[in-house]
Design a protein around this ligand. Structure first.
Ligand SMILES: Cc1cc2nc3c(=O)[nH]c(=O)nc-3n(C[C@H](O)[C@H](O)[C@H](O)COP(=O)(O)OP(=O)(O)OC[C@H]3O[C@@H](n4cnc5c(N)ncnc54)[C@H](O)[C@@H]3O)c2cc1C
Length: 456
């Protein structure tokens, strides 16, 4: 079949691009090999945050005594938690399906695995499809590390872990990145024993250590066991009994093993060489500022371009590329300030340069740091754990980076994102009036911890 636009992958950019391009009068083919909606809807953000909400409810109920409220019995109905998650995922998936249907005759959904057989030509289930414009939104998947014995052990990834209907007795989590941390705390709060095994010095190793330490302390307090700075020699075991053997001796034994050690772009089975599409060393598709791959008329968006791998980034990619394809694109993919949030408790959110990055790059900065517990609201609601820090360019007074570890950090970071994007001075926050008592007013306090804005 021939079309104006061929979109491969129904991820966070593919679906809105396909439907908006169809709405603009283009004949569109969208190819998807699995469930509609991609990682975020099916095995990523939506199901995890739905389950994190249940886990947090259990934690709040169990610890309500600190607020003078005593719950008699806190019982997690794990199958009910999973059912709730499944229902929400199903409804979001249906939303994607309905959105695509609105494309009418101009939108053709092809189910199956797409593989390039030539420039702007793909094969799906024995049929050839081609288009003037091809957009690749094939996403990424969890890495299977080359660990001895892994192939013969029934290990879990993010998708299969969330399919369990019985709570693991002891979940061993390989990897202390954001996915490993979110699952570790969630399953601990459901009642499982948890051990995180990680080779880095700190959890969330991309953060400055003073931020990671806050999460580590919270995890230890909740009874999560941390085995850090260790390397896995091999794994062994069977269903319900898995052992992780560590280099230099020692082992961790549990009932289930979650592997969460990074994600790789879905390009190995895409036939990019046939399509004239160049990849980088990590297997990501090389794109320029306007999402152009090395093949004419072929674009790539989202996780498959190597990252940062977030839903909001892929969604933003769609907005930028749509405008480019419509001939009115002013923005490119570079120059964006991309925020992120780790949905642990306390949450960790950031935007811009970390202190470590700024030092490494030799960038001059002024810095202020503050305990989250210094915020009045944090005391009132008894959510004191965390730390916030800010880096400022001493000459322009522009904010270089902000990192918040604390309650609702994922909301708070948005106070700063538009300022960074607009290149505004930090005085925009100093001069504003913030509501008391809110966590947000704490963000003004953080800026005013910078010496130049401090009250005398
Ligand atoms: C456990 C977990 C939690 C996460 N939580 C968050 C979060 O809280 N916030 C956040 O911003 N991000 C989160 N992410 C990341 C987020 O899910 C991704 O960044 C997001 O889905 C963007 O992906 P995408 O649009 O690039 O493609 P995806 O959503 O991955 O979609 C790609 C689609 O392409 C299809 N496909 C692949 N190859 C082919 C082929 N050859 N032929 C046909 N179809 C193909 C796939 O089946 C898939 O449906 C999380 C990820 C995971 C794994």
């Amino acid at each position: 079949m021939d079309a104006d636009v061929l979109v491969i992958g129904s991820g966070q950019a593919g679906v809105p691009l396909a439907s908006r391009l169809a709405g603009a009068g283009k004949r569109v083919i969208l190819v998807e090999r699995k469930e509609l909606g991609g990682t975020c809807v099916n095995v990523g953000c939506t199901p995890t945050k739905t389950m994190v909400a249940s886990a947090r409810a259990a934690h709040v109920a169990r610890t309500a005594g600190r607020l003078g409220v005593h719950a008699k019995e806190v019982r997690v109905d794990f199958p009910a938690v999973v059912d709730r998650k499944d229902a929400i995922v199903r409804s979001w998936r249906k939303g994607v399906e309905d959105r695509l249907k609105k494309g009418g005759d101009r939108m053709v959904l092809v189910r199956g695995h797409a593989r390039f057989v030539g420039p702007r030509r793909v094969e799906v289930g024995g049929e050839i499809h081609s288009a003037q414009t091809v957009i690749i939104n094939t996403g990424a998947r969890g890495v299977e590390p080359p660990v001895d014995g892994l192939k013969s052990v029934p290990w879990l990834h993010n998708g299969t872990l969330m399919e369990l209907r019985e709570l693991p007795a002891h979940l061993v989590v390989l990897g202390g990145g954001y996915i490993g941390c979110e699952f570790a705390q969630m399953f601990r709060r459901f009642g499982a024993r948890i051990t995180i095994v990680d080779r880095a010095e700190h959890l969330l190793s991309r953060e400055d250590p003073d931020i990671s330490v806050e999460v580590e302390n919270a995890f230890r307090e909740e009874g999560i066991e941390l085995r850090q700075r260790v390397k896995v020699a091999r794994v062994a075991g069977k269903q319900g009994d898995v052992t992780v053997h560590l280099e230099g001796g020692g082992e961790v034994r549990g009932s289930h093993l979650l592997v969460a050690v990074g994600r790789r772009p879905n390009t190995d089975d895409l036939g990019c060489d046939k399509g004239g599409i160049e990849l980088d060393e990590g297997g990501a598709i090389r794109v320029d500022d306007r999402y152009r791959t090395t093949a004419e008329g072929t674009y790539a968006v989202g996780d498959v371009t190597g990252g940062p791998q977030f839903t909001h980034t892929s969604w933003d990619d769609h907005r930028i590329l749509f405008d480019i394809l419509m001939g009115k694109g002013k923005r490119g993919r570079d120059g964006r300030h991309i925020p992120y949030t780790v949905f642990t408790d306390p949450q960790v959110a950031g935007v811009g340069l970390t202190e470590r990055e700024a030092r490494k790059k030799g960038i001059k900065f002024e810095i202020a740091s503050m305990s989250f517990g210094d915020i009045a609201r944090a005391t009132e609601v008894d959510e004191p754990r965390g730390r916030c820090k800010i880096l400022l360019d001493p000459e322009s007074e522009r904010i270089l980076g902000v990192f918040v570890c604390g309650a609702e950090a994922g909301e708070l970071i948005h106070i700063f994102v538009p300022l960074l994007q607009a290149g505004a001075k930090a005085t925009a926050i100093v001069d504003a009036e913030f509501v008391h008592p809110t966590f947000s007013e704490g963000m003004q306090s953080l800026v005013m911890r910078l010496e130049r804005y401090a009250l005398s």
